[in-house]
Ligand binder design. Structure first.
Ligand SMILES: *Cc1c(COP(=O)(O)O)cnc(C)c1O
Length: 257
């Protein structure tokens, strides 16, 4: 049995190796630990070793974990046990329904999944009411898969033009996903294409110098993504393990009886 700490160290090492292979510094690549299938106990263990970036795709789990994490941090800093005082940084990475903005925006450090103009408008409206500035990544559907959300590459410039008129929405970069391949090498053309789109956008007049984040790569393909220029990787399974379908079923059984 490997512990969460060992899996974390191993992912960090693989990130560092991939960074060095692509002539970058390991500390320039940020690991977002995706908590979709993580327990609070596992999250707590990562907090203990000083990890701060967490990502979640479901609003319910997101708000629950955030509350538990804050409680944990408050308790630990009161008794002086927790070394880092920086609070956790939450990344929202799932499809965000417009009626959930109100709950998510005050908690999220970065919304990585801006996937439509209508969502941008809703974020602007909600952020203005709460007097927040919301940093976002535009999620681009580079592979063109129908079942994936994201803006088509040809529409990204238009969306950024519109965001440029929204004072409370700050575009920080791009997020993208590759389809799942057994052989991660097959994601390389897709990540390469993402990088090209990102570089073109970076020099376009409607984004500022803060448009510098390229979030791509998950458990199966983060090393290839880093080699193609990612500076954020979003890793869940490699840290927290596979979903335990059996135990999911058994809870369902319990609920029924
Ligand atoms: C679940 C998820 C991840 C993490 O995927 P793993 O394969 O478990 O590492 C990354 N990004 C997004 C948007 C996700 O929904």
């Amino acid at each position: 049995m490997t512990t969460i700490k060992q899996r974390y160290e191993s992912v960090k090492l693989r990130i560092a190796d991939a960074a060095i292979r692509s002539n970058r510094k390991p500390e320039d690549i940020h690991l977002v630990a995706v908590t979709k299938h993580a327990s609070m106990d596992e999250v707590r263990q990562l907090l203990e070793i000083g990890h701060v970036d967490f990502g979640e795709s479901r609003v319910q789990h997101f708000t629950q974990l955030d509350a538990q994490v804050k409680e944990h941090i408050d308790r630990r800093s009161e008794i002086g046990e927790l070394k880092q005082t920086e609070p956790v940084r939450w990344h929202f990475i799932g499809h965000l329904q417009r009626n959930k903005c109100r709950r998510v925006l005050p908690l999220a450090r970065l919304v990585q999944s801006l996937d439509s103009l209508r969502l941008a408008e809703e974020i602007q409206e909600s952020a203005e009411k709460k007097q927040l500035t919301v940093e976002v990544l535009v999620q681009v559907n580079v592979s063109g898969e129908r079942n994936k959300s994201g803006v088509a590459p040809a529409a990204v410039t238009h969306i950024l033009d519109q965001i440029d008129t929204m004072p409370n929405v700050v575009p920080r970069g791009m997020m993208c996903m590759a389809p799942f391949f057994e052989d991660a090498e097959e994601t390389r053309p897709i990540f390469t294409r993402c990088r090209e789109i990102f570089e073109d956008l970076k020099i376009s007049p409607n984004v500022g110098s803060r448009f510098n984040v390229l979030s791509m790569g998950m458990s199966n393909d983060f090393e290839v993504a880093i080699e193609c220029g990612a500076n954020i990787v979003r890793v869940g399974t490699a840290l927290f393990g596979e979903v335990d379908e059996v135990s999911d079923d058994s809870t369902a059984e319990c609920a029924k009886s």
